[in-house]
Ligand binder design. Sequence first.
Ligand code: NAP
Length: 323
Amino acid sequence: MHGILCMLLLHPMDAYLEQELGRRCRLLRFCWEDSPQDLRDDFLRTHGPSVRALVTVGASSGADAALIDALPRLEIIACYSVGFDGVDLARCRDRGVRVTNTPGVLTDDVADHAVGLAIAALRRIPLADSYVRAGQWKADGLGKYPLTTRFSDKRVGIIGLGRIGLAVAKRVEAFGCLVSYYQRRKLQGYPNYTYSPAAAELAANSDIRVVACSLNEQSRRIVSREVIEALGPSGVLVNVGRGAHVDEPELVAALAEGRLGAAGLDVFEDEPDVPEVLMALGNVVLAPHMGSGTRETRRAMAELVLGNLEAHVLRKPLLTPVA
Ligand code: NAP
């Protein structure tokens, strides 16, 4: 990778990845999210013309057209994520900029996390934890402790039966759950999983809805008011996709008013800002977008980013190209 003279890193990342990038090329670090526009402009004016590679996250603050245009010698954007909805792919294609992501290596962790969120939401695990820590078990016994809802045998509807969705399906089958799914293409070879041709129909036929699709114009707010109403007061929403998949104000209102039973949320529309109302609700389990956040997976993601950059410099085929 020594052929890449200048690499830009816009978000603090895995320490190993930063160390390896620093060892192999001239690394410019700039904290994009915490910097006001004038500082960003100054930085790009000074350093933009020398940047040939960008390592970023593919979520909302990935790389928009303005950033791509401010880097005239940019050759490759390596996303440290499987999602690349925050990267302006059309602009990259126009400019001939290559784009890579990190598919596959994070699938199992995100699926584990989705199932964990569903169980935590139904069995109210955070509530149980605080009940014990606050000394209520000792003081009040279990007489006033509320009963919870079973996870096993539920009907699970998955939006997006891709890598992560399929891994969720495999896991919940072991819990005796019935699986149905919605996405644009019906899959061949999965007779146990029922295809729903519409998102609202899927919600009406499932107790737990897991969002695991990629974000694009058709899937933005795919969990609409109609879908939330179809899930209903005993329904559970789990979102490990992107915050923008859900009509968040509707979700917050439905949870607060009991029109939706519970939710397990790893992603939010305006991360890291989480709607204040959710903080006080006992029927929601919140997580800071950490579906892939294990040491094992982050190392594998870092290796894939490095492998793609290495391949680019050596003019070999990219390992996991998106564009
Ligand atoms: P994948 O294998 O590419 O699967 C994406 C799935 O989404 C496909 O089955 C696709 O099916 C479906 N899809 C795409 N557009 C759709 C639409 N408009 N309506 C309904 N379904 C649609 O990707 P993956 O590896 O499973 O990752 C999925 C997503 O998970 C990523 O894009 C990312 O946003 C999210 N993610 C989150 C975390 C986390 O930490 N929470 C970590 C990793 C990934 P069709 O093309 O047939 O519609």
